[in-house]
Design a protein around this ligand. Structure first.
Ligand code: ATR
Length: 262
C-alpha cells in the first residue's frame, strides 16, 4: 500500500494540497496517496488520532486548526514554536511532531523569483498569524530589517515585542499603517484584506522595489498599487507550493525544485 498523507481543515474542499503532493510524488518517483479530511470544529483531535492510528504518515493542517495542532504536538521545531502554529504533522518514536513550513515556503518562493533577501529591508503589512509565521524564516534567510505595519498599531507592537528575542540579528519595528513611510526592498501583504475583498490603501509616498501578495487567485488592491508603481509583483501561489514542498521533504526526505511547479 502506498504511503498515506492528508490535509485537514474546515472548510477543506478548496485545498490544492492533494494535487501538489501528487505532482511532487510523480516528479520524485514516490508512491503516495494524499487526501482531504474535513473535521468538525470540535473534532480535530479525534480526526488526527484516527489518521495516525491507522498508519497515516503525515498531515498538513489548514484553517482553522493550526493553533490546535500546535497545542497537540509533543515535539515542535524552533520555527513552529515561534509561529505558535503548526501546518505539518508526523509521528516519530510514538510522538506527534509539528513544524510550520509557511515561512520557508515564502522564502523559497521569493528566491525562485530571483529577488534578493540578504541584507534587505522588508515591509510586512498585517500583524496576524500570517506575519508571525514568516518573520523568523525571513531573518534566517538574511533579512536585516523588518517593519511590521498594521491598521491596529497595538497588534504590530505586540508581535514585535513577542518576536524580538527570537531574531536578535535583525531589527524589528512596528508602525501604524497610516504612518507608513520609507523605501523598502520588498513589501509583503500579509493582511487578509484581499481574501475578504477589502481595499488596502498604501500611502502615496511609500516606496518599494518588489511586492509580494500572500493571497492568490483574488483581486488585490495591494498588487494594483504595486503595479502602478511599476515594480515586479507576485501573488502567493509560489508560497503555497513552497510550503507544500517543504512538508513533502520533511516526510519523504526529497526536496522537489520549486521552479518546476510555478
Ligand atoms: P491571519 O492569521 O491570516 O494573519 P488575522 O490574524 O485575522 O489573519 O489577521 C488579519 C490581518 O489583516 C490583521 O493584521 C488585520 O489588521 P488589524 O489587526 O488591524 O485587524 C489585517 N487586515 C484585515 N483587513 C484589513 C484591511 N481592510 N485593511 C488593513 N488591514 C487589514
Amino acid at each position: 500500500m502506498s504511503k498515506q498523507f492528508a490535509v485537514i481543515g474546515n472548510p477543506i474542499e478548496q485545498s490544492r494540497s492533494p494535487e501538489l503532493h501528487h505532482a511532487f510524488a510523480e516528479k520524485t518517483g514516490i508512491s503516495l496517496n494524499y487526501t482531504k479530511r474535513l473535521a468538525p470544529l470540535d473534532g480535530f483531535e479525534a480526526n488526527i488520532n484516527e489518521f495516525f492510528g491507522s498508519g497515516g504518515i503525515g498531515m498538513n493542517v489548514t484553517v482553522p486548526f493550526k493553533e490546535q495542532a500546535f497545542a497537540q504536538c509533543a515535539v515542535l521545531t524552533e520555527r513552529a514554536k515561534i509561529a505558535k502554529a503548526v501546518n505539518t504533522l508526523w509521528m516519530q518514536d510514538g510522538k506527534l511532531h509539528g513544524d510550520n513550513t509557511d515561512g520557508q515556503g515564502l522564502v523559497d518562493a521569493i528566491h525562485a523569483l530571483d529577488w534578493n533577501l540578504k541584507n534587505t529591508e522588508i515591509l510586512i503589512i498585517g500583524a496576524g498569524g500570517a506575519t508571525r509565521g514568516v518573520i523568523y524564516p525571513l531573518v534566517k534567510a538574511g533579512v536585516k530589517k523588518i517593519v511590521v505595519a498594521n491598521r491596529t498599531l497595538a497588534r504590530a507592537e505586540q508581535l514585535v515585542a513577542d518576536l524580538k528575542n527570537a531574531v536578535p540579528e535583525a531589527q524589528l519595528q512596528a508602525i501604524a499603517l497610516t504612518d507608513l513611510v520609507g523605501h523598502f526592498d520588498i513589501a509583503i501583504n500579509a493582511t487578509s484584506a484581499s481574501l475578504s475583498g477589502d481595499a488596502l490603501l498604501l500611502p502615496e509616498t511609500l516606496q518599494f522595489k518588489h511586492a509580494y501578495e500572500m493571497a492568490y487567485g483574488k483581486p488585490s488592491s495591494f498588487l494594483d498599487q504595486a503595479k502602478e508603481r511599476g515594480v515586479p509583483t507576485s501573488e502567493g501561489f509560489g508560497m503555497l507550493i513552497g510550503q507544500a514542498i517543504e512538508a513533502f521533504s520533511i516526510w519523504n526526505g526529497v526536496k522537489p525544485d520549486l521552479k518546476d511547479f510555478i
